[in-house]
Design a protein around this ligand. Sequence first.
Ligand code: 5AD
Ligand code: SF4
Length: 440
Amino acid sequence: MKKLLIETYGCQMNVADSEVVVSILSNDYQVTDNLQDADLLLLNTCSIRDNAEQRIRHRLQELAVLKSKKPSLQIGLLGCMAERLKDQLLKEEAALDFIAGPDAYRSLPELIKNCANGETAYNVLLSQTETYDNIVPVRYATNGVSAFISIMRGCNNFCAYCVVPYTRGRERSRNPQTILKEAQLLVNQGYKEVTLLGQNVNSYSWEEDGTVITFARLIEEVALLSPSLRVRFATSHPKDISDELIQVIAKYPNVCKYIHLPVQAGSNAVLKRMNRVYTREYYLERIHTIQQLMPDCAISTDMIAGFCGETEEDHQQTLSLMKLVGYEYAYMFKYSVRDNTTAARNYADDVSDEIKSRRLEEIIALQQELSLQSNQRDIGKIFEVLVEGVSKRSENDLFGRNSQNKVIVFPRGNYKKGDYVDVKVLSCTAATLIGETVES
Ligand code: 5AD
Ligand code: SF4
């Protein structure tokens, strides 16, 4: 059988998509992690910020050199960059034989065949319906404990800065029966954790025979499959974080007490320009409700520093909101203009790079403090930890996560990957809890 290597960049959705791609190609290709052996190399790419694209451009330059030495190697580019730049990429990048956008993966066997016959090939058609729902992903790089399940694709929100609605098309939900089947299969194979994935999971909606299955209902059904299966989900939009959903998360012990709820900015003026469709006050009210119902729930966010028109006062509002929420974790970025988005068309990118960098550093420093404070509050507490493997730092330690998604390191004992272990926290850094096992 021929050999395939797939390099995945960007978000968890891409990780899940790569597993679908490997499944689609599994009749002809077997995965390898050695580029020397590969007959086919696929790059699953991301366009979210300019630096993500630049990284892939550099990789393509390296690959052009490699390909001149090994012309039999076929190279294809998948994902958001394929969709955003289309056939322009084939003209610019000598390394590339073909490209396929996020909704075109079923056509990969044909594209590969076409370009083996000397034709250059691309398919970047977006679909209103494709969810790959009958394809069982091949978990080719799994730890055997935790897996992603893609439950919806695309995005209808058109946040002003974001390229995703253009690269992944309109929002569509996957048939819940196929989601439950995939989850059950994972349970049968011994998996202990699933993460339900979508660009905006909490707007999941499936209508059949006059009844609507919301995300809250779906997560409940997945949680009911097995009490020892942890259920996580990402990413949620604040506009759709309903009381019904918060109640379901609170109700089931195996639905993890961790919500990634990106706010992006703390000032109403900036939120409005971003088209986030909520206010600071609304967001803080949702956080308050979550914290009332689930005092032990961890919350994380995404933050953008230096969006168009952001003043020093707007920036202070971001810092103050972060303190009010007390985030456990944050993904933090400098604003990067993306061609053709509403922001690129309507607003000037008028915050200098120097100021963006300084604001980002302040956001990162504050988050570092908040994460440390949150971890310090956990000292003395006992958490159920799902073991993911041996610690990178020491062979004698294992690591895993608690429900709140915090990494905990503890002495190995007789435990192994996939076990649930009660661990008491003894100390911490801003990134990790350190503990010892206790008898349950
Ligand atoms: N510039 C900077 N950050 C961005 N994000 C999305 N688009 C941009 C952009 N143009 C961030 C948002 C989003 C995360 C996935 O990436 O914070 O939630
Ligand atoms: Fe981008 Fe907004 Fe969709 Fe998230 S919800 S992917 S930020 S458009």
